[in-house]
Design a protein around this ligand. Structure first.
Ligand code: C2E
Ligand code: CA
Ligand code: CA
Ligand code: CA
Length: 277
């Protein structure tokens, strides 16, 4: 047993057990998070860099639990995906984002876009499209104001993905490829995907001014997107230098701390009223 003859193996085993316990505990707390209303969305502005108008926001999921505090999505989304909880949580995210969009009817910016992250598992779930249709109908939003952010891992199911994307296109919902360039990307799929935006991952954007290769990757993605007829969104822009480079390269849309961190719904309205268009 672990009590005697403690060696490296058992020591590591204890550490592994401890990690398992924590994951299980987080999963249990996450299971109750919906009912206990511990989840909320934060909204980060996306700016059209050609005229500094507000294009829209990305909805980013937040979880605040009284026992464990504010948990970052990078920590709990993988747990939600592994446990299947992402289906229920994903539905909540879509419903909440659409309801918010409906509430923003009187906003200073008309036609503001709402981007929502969608996990691959969620995207292929049988209920995904019907639930989305139902939510659009009940909230009465204009579907062309909704943008779904999916990742390149979606392409693992090459046959179904195109059918699914075509259905979204028919529904007038927009689609963006998130974290572009960081996954097992396949340029050959890009050719056949009916999508609207490519989103440049912050790992490239944040090296603008520091790493020439990252700059080359950013400008190449922008050129590639333009040639294929997609708009580009750069995420994670923090400095004047990032902005100037992206503007020079004619990136369409920019999101990052330079403009704003993700904001509570109310704070977003304040931020917007101070934004000079
Ligand atoms: P992502 O989709 O790539 O989202 C962008 C992340 O970059 C967000 O982190 C955002 O807060 C952060 N960010 C934006 N601008 C800057 C900047 O200028 N500097 C820095 N350092 N960071 C910036 P966040 O909110 O922690 O989300 C992390 C990831 O969690 C997201 O990455 C996304 O993959 C996932 N996620 C968030 N909300 C949802 C959701 O509702 N559903 C799903 N499936 N995944 C979500
Ligand atoms: Ca995203
Ligand atoms: Ca990213
Ligand atoms: Ca992502």
């Amino acid at each position: 047993s672990k009590r005697h003859g403690r060696n490296h193996f058992t020591l590591y085993q204890d550490v592994a057990d401890e990690i398992d316990n924590q994951l299980l505990k987080t999963e249990l707390l996450l299971k109750n998070a919906l009912q206990k209303e511990e989840l909320f969305l934060a909204y980060q502005p996306q700016i059209d860099i050609s005229d500094y108008s507000v294009y829209g926001v990305e909805a980013l999921l937040r979880w605040e639990n009284e026992e464990i505090g504010l948990v970052p999505p990078s920590h709990f989304i993988p747990i939600a995906e592994d446990s299947g909880l992402i289906i229920e949580i994903g539905k909540w995210v879509i419903e909440t984002a659409c309801r918010q969009l409906a509430d923003w009817k009187d906003l200073r910016v008309r036609d503001v876009k709402m981007s929502v992250n969608v996990s691959t598992y969620q995207f292929y779930h049988i209920d995904f499209i019907p639930h989305l249709q139902e939510t659009i109908r009940t909230t009465g939003i204009d579907p062309s104001q909704l943008v779904l952010e999916i990742t390149e891992s979606i392409a693992s199911n090459a046959g179904t993905v195109i059918d699914q994307l075509k259905k979204l296109k028919e529904m007038k919902v927009k689609v963006s490829i998130d974290d572009f360039g960081t996954g097992y990307s396949s340029l050959k799929y890009l050719k056949d995907f009916p999508i609207d935006h490519l989103k440049i991952d912050k790992s490239f954007v944040q090296e603008i001014g520091e790493d020439e290769k990252s700059e080359d990757i950013v400008s190449s993605i922008i050129t590639l997107a333009r040639n294929l007829g997609f708009q580009t969104i750069a995420e994670g822009a923090e400095t004047e230098q990032h902005i100037q480079f992206l503007k020079n390269q004619k990136c369409d849309l920019v999101q990052g701390y330079y403009f704003s961190k993700p904001l509570y719904s109310k704070t977003f309205k304040c931020w917007l009223s101070n934004w000079n268009i």
